[in-house]
Design a protein around this ligand. Structure first.
Ligand SMILES: [Zn+2]
Length: 61
């Protein structure tokens, strides 16, 4: 089960990333930093993380 991390980048809106197994990086290659403010509310998901997650979960060919 992958954990989610709401990552805010200075130049962009916060989005939900998916953490890799070791939980120090996201599936899209970002280094996990501090948690978002609790007030931050977004339902946006990181497209690259989602794509990677789908690839990981897909049955192996
Ligand atoms: Zn991501």
């Amino acid at each position: 089960m992958h954990k989610m991390w709401c990552g805010a980048v200075a130049s962009a809106e916060p989005v939900w990333h998916v953490l890799a197994t070791d939980e120090s990086v996201t599936l899209c290659g970002l280094e996990k930093r501090e948690e978002c403010e609790e007030q931050v509310q977004t339902d946006k998901l990181c497209y690259r993380c989602m794509t990677t997650l789908q690839t990981e979960m897909a049955p192996e060919a």
